[in-house]
Design a protein around this ligand. Structure first.
Ligand code: FAD
Length: 469
């Protein structure tokens, strides 16, 4: 039987699907789901396949390519909602909203994220503070309506208002409760956004963390474990100031992050074989990056959509990969220092360190989705980033172990090489609830994959339950 080889964006994951089916209507999806003889299980959606984990894999199964269902169906300025087919890209939707004087609550950097994936999977962005409160930092949290094709081919329509519990499960379902073909998001009025950066020693950052948070500005972190530095990126509202879209500051920042840094790091790997010299150069460039960010990358009236990046369809030479776990805010001052020590110790023992700067995000508590990594309290993340050269996979395994031992919570689509015990310790109760929905809604395992089955069901968690945040 001929199969089709499918790759994720970075080509770090490959699998053999029975077929890849391009769809352009809900009827196409129903026809596929209803015919297991011709379209074997598991039936899985392919968005942009930017996920860095095997959550995308449909080995021997049927892949529904959603990118053809890319129409924006309605923008309701009065109700402040946008309704779209699931294959619309996050960046295209954000630009369409901007034209109408609206914006998403969460403008995550990855423009290629399909809105269907954003509605049912893990995402990250620093929580924003507006109108006297912290907003959620996860795209799915603002999805208020979904339409999906269920395992028997029938249509499921759910709204936040009508069934908040099912909605929370669907926001974390990664296609296991149905193929999502239409989504409605709550949006808000477009407002000018300021951005600026501060460079801190990690000890100063840790000592000031609580004060920084009470400043009520969004915080993304650029982490430099080998320089003991943190660059904090603050974003905040400028009510009453006119928005000027097309910020050159965001363009420089995005180009450096998307292309320039991965290009330099990878080229240095080949051009400068002596490790000590190579990383001395990388450290020098990291120092320069911090200084440039602090002095130059500041804007007073940018459009939130400007921070979103359109990546190429498949990764090229200059591309990076990453992982992520979230840590309780109350512990983070210590966690970040321990993480820097872990990176140094790992390098000493294994001669591997990330060749890109690392990042982190401050994210508010959020119970909108079942597998939200801030379900039990606000969190900050520690995300290693690298070009993915040899040694990265082994590093990830040690990093996962370290994170699990530090009360961390992973994301199924962005934390690579997870072990069942790590997932079960973070989400024991939530997995039990989710499996209840899954078994009722998909008794024949039409949408269930070996990846999720292993993480949810393999072994019984015998470790200490997670500490309350
Ligand atoms: C360079 C790079 C930068 C990134 N930056 C960020 C970032 O800033 N913030 C962030 O949050 N993430 C980021 N990511 C991660 C990425 O956003 C997530 O992995 C996201 O899930 C990818 O979306 P996708 O459309 O490519 O979905 P895919 O990777 O194709 O699919 C993800 C999962 O969702 C399922 N799925 C997708 N669509 C549907 C649907 N319509 N119905 C049912 N199931 C569906 C798939 O079957 C799969 O299990 C980045 C990734 C890369 C490679």
């Amino acid at each position: 039987m001929p199969t089709t080889k499918v790759y994720n964006w970075k080509r770090s994951i490959a699998y053999d699907a029975n077929s890849v089916e391009k769809v352009s209507s809900v009827e196409d999806i129903q026809r596929i789901v209803r015919d297991p003889g011709r379209y074997p299980s598991p039936v899985r959606v392919r968005g942009s396949h930017h996920s860095t984990t095997r959550c995308v894999v449909a080995e021997g199964g049927t892949v529904i390519d959603m990118l053809g269902m890319n129409r924006i169906l309605a923008i309701d300025k009065a109700a402040k909602t946008i309704t779209m087919e699931a294959g619309v890209l996050h960046i295209d939707a954000a630009k369409a909203l901007e034209k109408e004087g609206l914006q998403f609550y969460v403008n995550c950097e990855i423009g290629n994220l399909t809105v269907g994936s954003g509605a049912c999977g893990g995402t990250k962005d620093a929580s924003y503070y507006a109108d006297d409160q912290w907003e959620y930092g996860q795209v799915a949290s603002y999805c208020i309506g979904m339409k999906a094709v269920q395992a028997d081919g029938s249509i499921l329509e759910v709204t936040e208002e009508g069934d908040p519990e099912l909605m929370a499960a669907l926001r974390s379902s990664y296609g296991m409760l149905g193929i999502i073909y239409e989504v409605t998001f709550r949006v808000k009025d477009l407002r000018a956004m300021a951005v600026e950066h501060e460079v801190l020693h990690v000890d100063d950052f840790a000592a000031k963390l609580n004060a920084l948070i009470t400043d009520n500005r969004s915080m993304m972190l650029y982490l430099f474990p080998f320089l003991d530095k943190v660059v904090v990126e603050y974003r905040y509202d400028r009510p009453g100031v006119e928005v000027e879209s097309g910020s050159w500051q965001w363009a420089v920042r995005n180009y450096t992050w998307k292309s320039l840094w991965p290009f330099i790091s990878k080229t240095l790997h080949y051009a400068v074989p002596i490790r000590r010299v190579r990383f001395a150069m990388i450290d020098g460039l990291n120092n320069l990056t911090g200084a440039v960010m602090r002095r130059l990358i500041r804007d007073r009236n940018s459009s939130p959509a400007d921070q979103i990046i359109r990546y190429p369809e498949m990764a090229g030479y200059a591309s990076y990969t990453f992982s992520i776990w979230a840590f309780p805010r109350a512990d983070y001052a210590q966690s970040i220092k321990d993480y820097y020590a872990f990176c140094k110790e790992y390098d000493r023992l294994n001669h591997f360190r990330c060749d890109m700067l690392n990042v982190g995000y401050h994210i508010a508590q959020d119970r909108q989705s079942l597998f939200s990594y801030t379900r039990h309290g606000p969190a900050l993340t520690l995300d290693p980033v690298a070009t993915g050269l040899p040694g990265w996979e082994a590093f990830l395994i040690a990093y996962n172990q370290w994170c699990a031992n530090h009360n961390g919570t992973p994301l199924f689509n962005q934390s690579g090489s997870l072990e069942p015990y790590q997932v079960q310790r973070a989400f024991g109760e939530e997995i039990r609830i989710f499996l209840g929905y899954r078994e009722r809604m998909d008794p024949q395992d039409r949408f269930y994959t070996a990846f999720f089955k292993r993480l949810f069901e393999e072994g019984v968690e015998r470790l200490e339950p997670r500490r309350a945040a």
